[in-house]
Ligand binder design. Structure first.
Ligand code: 5GP
Ligand code: ZN
Length: 137
């Protein structure tokens, strides 16, 4: 897609700082780095979100993520590493081309995701799971 910034990066039409690439994925530095070593792992084909990933792309993106995560661990020895991935505006997605964030983490680094746990009763979890099982392809 010509108006997609990550397609432009994959095609080399706009510059990026690459860490690793293979046939299906590209790992590169996020210009909005939260902590040093913050990378994005994008699929090369234009797939908007997780719903569009086939098995090959899904496997490829996680293979690359695991590999560059080990590199981040070796290079920075962070106290932690967060994988973040947003689908849709409500989830915080701003670039509509599938990517994972890998963010090296430190105590008190200021990165926060509010997590309003509701702890519903087991029966509610059972009902939710049944609804999901019925929707599986
Ligand atoms: P999202 O909010 O969709 O999960 O994350 C999109 C990320 O892409 C943001 O963290 C933003 O900093 C990054 N980003 C947006 N445009 C560019 C760009 O042109 N180059 C790079 N390297 N990162 C970008
Ligand atoms: Zn794209």
């Amino acid at each position: 897609m010509s108006d997609c910034v990550f397609c432009q990066i994959v095609a080399g039409r706009i510059p990026s700082t690459k860490v690793h690439e293979d046939e299906l994925t590209l790992a590169f530095m996020d210009i909005g780095e939260v902590n040093p070593g913050h990378m994005l792992v994008a699929v090369k084909p234009h797939v908007e979100n997780i719903y569009g990933l086939d098995e090959t792309l899904a496997a490829a993106v996680f293979r690359t993520a695991a590999r560059v995560a080990r590199a981040a661990q070796k290079a920075y020895a962070p106290e932690g590493l967060t994988l973040y991935q947003a689908n849709g505006v409500a989830a915080g997605q701003t670039v509509f081309h599938f990517h994972l964030h890998l963010v090296p983490r430190y105590a008190h680094d200021g990165m926060r995701l509010s997590w309003p746990a509701k702890n519903p009763p087991r029966a509610q979890l059972e009902a939710n799971a049944a609804r999901l099982r019925a929707a599986l392809d």
